[in-house]
Design a binder for this molecule. Sequence first.
Ligand SMILES: Cc1cc2nc3c(=O)[nH]c(=O)nc-3n(C[C@H](O)[C@H](O)[C@H](O)COP(=O)(O)O)c2cc1C
Ligand SMILES: [Fe+2]
Ligand SMILES: [Fe+2]
Length: 393
Amino acid sequence: MEKSNHISDNIRYVGVDDLTIGLFENQYPVPQGISYNSYIIKDEKTALLDTVDAAFGQEWMARVRAELGDCTPDYLVIHHMEPDHSANIARALAEFPEMTLVASDKAVGMLSQFFEGYDFNGRTIAVKEGDELNLGSHCLTFVAAPMVHWPEVILSYEAKEKVLFSADAFGKFGVPGYEDGWTNEARRYYVNIVGKYGAQTQALLKKVSLKDIEVIAPLHGPVLSGDLSRYISLYDIWSSYRPEQNGVLVAYASVYGGTRECALEFADMLREEGIDNVVTFDLCRQDVSEAVSQAFRLSAMVLAGVTYDASLFPPMATFLHHLKMKNYRNRAVGIIENGSWAPVAGKLMAEAVAALPGIEIINPKVTLKSRMRLSDRPVMEALAKALAVKVKA
Ligand SMILES: Cc1cc2nc3c(=O)[nH]c(=O)nc-3n(C[C@H](O)[C@H](O)[C@H](O)COP(=O)(O)O)c2cc1C
Ligand SMILES: [Fe+2]
Ligand SMILES: [Fe+2]
């Protein structure tokens, strides 16, 4: 199943697959695992690019040794200091004492935060935007990418083989070789990990669009080659908070099933109005990171939530919190609320999304008192029609 992530005879892949982590960053389910990518460029000088997660130090070093043979690396380039990539820096320096670390100023500053008592003096070169690291026939040019995903992130571009080492950008959940069409798990990764920093990602895309790129080598998932425009245009869409497709996410959170029944019925009404892309999502049973990803994908959303202790049922409140954190914006939103004596869910959901930029609340609001009744149907139909007009516009 595993497809090789090697780039060429001279640019080798030495990353590892993590199929046991379960939750990436202790939060995001990764049923197809995740890879921590690392590469070696062999030339007059040899550069090792990034390390891997702490749990895989031994496996990684064995791969590095097997690729290098008798050679020792001259440089370890650190594109990103997050531990999933940096955890084995001290180990690598112990293994290759002559090696020099190459990283952004900020990354150099972070080294002692992660490796207390370790002396990095005289073992680092700080690089900034436009600096070059000459390896012989290969040469890395650095591109600053602050906040994609951390402030110290720097990318590098290798001109001879036209490779962009893109750090977390263009990474995805799922180990390389897992054929899932890339988009869904790349979107879920981007939106949840980097999503808040769309402006910074846009700035990065502008800079890299000036480069002649044939291969994108990220820190997670498959190396990308062939027609790269598809990946770049998806990144452009996600980072500018534009919908990828017209359609509606119907996200519901229901205690006893009343709101769920209404949400599913409402989704059918939307389909009858001619909307092809309708995704229903159970916020109590499915992972919120996928809900946020679908919210970014589609042009409209319906929130179906329950009143709970004069407030919002927590799975819905959590979803709204995640949307806000990821800078969700520029969408049409419909509201379905439920409550048995004093429903306030609708008001609270509407206030939460109305506070985000470019959100248009579509009326009428649907209010259920316990369960969907015949008398609720006309209001539901009216909301479905109003949303359909928006989505098709
Ligand atoms: C712990 C708890 C707290 C609730 N608090 C309120 C409330 O403050 N106001 C209200 O109108 N209904 C409240 N309800 C009732 C639900 O909102 C109501 O029964 C609703 O119809 C449930 O929808 P469902 O069938 O989709 O779960 C509460 C229910 C539970 C379980
Ligand atoms: Fe990261
Ligand atoms: Fe990462």
